[in-house]
Design a protein around this ligand. Sequence first.
Ligand SMILES: [Zn+2]
Length: 779
Amino acid sequence: MRSKNKGITDDLNDGSNSRRSFLKKAAAATIAMARADILTFASESSVTEKEAVSEVPWYRRVTRWGQTNITEKDAAHYDIAWWRKHWKNTETQGVIINAGGIVAYYPSKIPLHRQAQFLEGRDLFGDLCRAAHEDGLAVFARMDSSSAHEEFYKAHPDWFAIDGNGNPHKSGKLYRSCVNGPYYNEYIPSVLKEVSDIYHPEGFTDNSWSGLGRDTFCYCENCKKSFHDKTGNEIPLTKNWNDPVYRAWIKWNYGRRLEIWDLNNRATKSAGGKDCIWSGMNSGSISEQARSFRDYKEICSRADIIMLDSQSRSNAGGFQQNADTGKLIHGLLGWDKLIPESMAMYQMGTPTFRLASKPVPEARMWMIEGIEGGIQPWWHFVGASHEDRRIYRTPGPIFRWHKANEAFLVNRSPVATVGVVWSQQNMDFFGRDDSDQLVDLPWRGITQALIRARIPYLPVHADHIDRDAKQLSTLILPNLGAITDSQIASIKRFVGGGGGLFATGESSLYNEWGDRRSDYALSDLFGAHHPGQEASASTPAGRGGSGEALHTYLRLTPELRKNVDGPQTGLEPEAVGVRHPALKGFEETDIIPFGGLLDPIKTNSGATVLLTFIPQFPIFPPETAWMRVPKTDIPGLIVNTLPEGGRVAFMPADLDRQFGRYNLPDHGDLLANLIRWVSKDNLPLKVECAGLVDCIIYHQQGRLILHLTNLTSAGTWRQPVDEFIPIGPVKVGIRLMKDIQGRNLNLLVSGNKIQSVQDNGWIHFTINSILDHEVVVIT
Ligand SMILES: [Zn+2]
């Protein structure tokens, strides 16, 4: 007799009892079940796929999406039959269809809900929604709550945002609706109800739902009253990050966006049932979320699915931005939920051409990096007919690959020992109006150094350090200036437990409001103290640095020049010391380029200083390019080993920001060296090959899944990529986990099976060639 505890699959082997049992369990287990699991269960049982699938909410099982962002002109000639074929050819399971908001694509009965030009009575949304449902696709009805036409404004001027002079805020010819008025409280919910009642879409999304951003004040009567009721203050007239009223205005705005999230969900669920969710679109950029008052952590605590509007890369961040974003959002949302992402098939970016096909390799790489980071693909065209027909060929191959390998691409846990810490509060109150310099660039420098060194990492929210600590050997604070007292306590607990810490720049020097503390809150771990005075005149822009590279250097200590070949410099040290292991690879130099400025800080006795500052001297004319002050004792890097065993590196020199800006290999190498030293080499992966490769490991029960994305191309740092350049052989070593023997290795892209060698809990194998990406499944 079999045990009753053996799980769902046992119950699938006999008749109707097991069928009911399965359906019951499936309903209970919706959180953990992906579509792939459902299909497996269904195929092994008398349960039909349809029955099994119907038990799992659509937003947990629809993993491939498509969207023709409908232009008003499309209303005249949208060729639904052709698009149904496209849905089928691309294995698309869900579609985003423009419904209402600025214009309606159906015959709405709501006054002032303007019909799309050229619609002429056609029910385009309804026709598309019915076609999608007939084909078994889920429908996200797309709204745009941001604005309306002039006749709406004239009918309800008090529903729209007003500037300090009493004039309406406009975007082109459209009037911006105010989030605190009846437009959001009554009008949008009424449209949601009408669409739900007539067409029964599975859910709703919204292109632009969060109203005016941080750079714009609204002084309409509704805003004035709400702010006064909640805070007792008047809406500030100017931006002033040090003003408590301005800070209250920021918090009030964040709170209102969460109210809108909840309000719209109440509207759609009361109209369409509990699974008729509303999930407005969100950005892949934390600074963009901050500027839009969208609190990602709080939104993810509410959301069943994140509809990600992040259509293409920036040159500075590369394709790897997308996997970074996927990991970061999953860290908030959970790895059991889905994050479809709108991916431009048209030439989005710099420059943008809405009707021209993006080069296929460029579009494909963004999709591949997204999938690597746990994002689900969503093809996006603007308009429903194109004279550049190449655009239709782009999504098919990767979508079909995704379908074939879906079981390995969802419901998995990341395997990494390095956590890079972030928070939106830091973005707001430390980054303020200079978040690109203060927050984004240090982040990019650290994460790029990790990718370059093939070290798997996870973004960790500062409030989740205790939650995630178990799997981590190291925390990195990339110029994480503003940290709350409880986040500081979490970091201290982590290091007290033997964990490693690598902090840069002004990490922990500010409280949660961005007010300067008297000293680094982590000074005892850093072995260093801030002198306490305000930013000196030598530090342009105080917290941010100058924004361009200055002619400064860092001196590696101790110097080695006596040991190596080269002419005498006149600066020979009296004795030759032994270098710290973190400086490995720099034996042929005693200096590295820096680019920033440093103020003196106090170090604890016994602290080990590995880099010192060499002040600025002229670049031009060349005759003047000699060091005026070859040596200072201003520390650029301090390392400590704590009594509990944890290693700490504190780098006041902003090499992460410099690397984010300029890609100098010395900076990347030193950052990677420090991360390896701090982590005591507790890293789960070693990859040897030429090229830039983004490596991410996941665990599913009984198997490891390793993504290797080849970022090496002629367009690595300047879009577009128009041809792939293969790399290989790629030698891989990966640390096994308890439930994985490591005997079978399947390559999901090439289709090959390969051999491995086991060694002391690791396996080693070689992949001969990788064109754009490879995914290795190890069981
Ligand atoms: Zn307002």
